[in-house]
Design a protein around this ligand. Structure first.
Ligand SMILES: [Zn+2]
Length: 189
């Protein structure tokens, strides 16, 4: 079976540098999640002018507060972002940045909300939804552009950051896919 062309990290992509600051912020939020006992995934939502309008991070392992959904299996970074952002205006002008390829829930939510673009630092070879979103012929999932792994250095950083969680949380075949996708970054984990 031929691999889809999504996975290539293309440093020559001319606008790759435009994503750097936002992906770095998502990775910083991911590290904050890890320090607080949640899964290391962070996300930011950016408008057309480049202004960050919402920040979120995984809160699955933390208590729920009045301000933040936590202590729930669905308390993913991208959902945190969407709760913070509230009702989206002109979602087609928004870009969602995530440290990791969004899962089916978060990618599906982004597509159904008609977020214009999703950019992620690192592929999730087991749990990611990018290939589904790209291939889907569902009429509600046609408006979202995806930009996987535009910056190789940050892709590797994100893979190293999430690898222990991938090994812990995913079944053996999931971890095998991670080993295959990121052999250097998962070595010795
Ligand atoms: Zn998710």
């Amino acid at each position: 079976m031929t691999e889809p062309s999504l996975a290539s990290a293309d440093a020559s992509r001319p606008d790759a540098h435009l994503h750097e600051a936002y992906l770095r912020e998502a990775l910083a939020l991911a590290r904050e999640s890890l320090a607080r006992g949640s899964s290391p995934i962070g996300a930011v939502l950016v408008d057309r002018d480049g202004t960050v309008i919402a920040r979120g991070r995984n809160r699955v392992g933390e208590p729920q507060t009045a301000e933040r959904v936590g202590d729930a299996s669905v308390a993913h970074a991208e959902m945190d972002v969407f709760f913070q952002a509230g009702k989206l205006e002109n979602p087609q002008d928004l870009t969602l940045y995530s440290s990791l390829e969004p899962c089916l829930m978060c990618g599906g939510a982004s597509a159904l909300l008609e977020v214009g673009r999703i950019v992620w630092a690192t592929d999730d070879a087991w749990g990611g939804s990018g290939r589904l979103l790209a291939w889907s012929d569902h009429p509600a999932m046609q408006e979202t552009e995806i930009v996987p792994c535009p910056l190789p250095d940050l892709e590797a950083e994100g893979a190293r950051l999430f690898a222990p969680e991938a090994k812990r949380a995913f079944p053996d075949e999931g971890w095998a896919l991670w080993r295959q996708r990121y052999p250097a970054e998962t070595e010795g984990v």
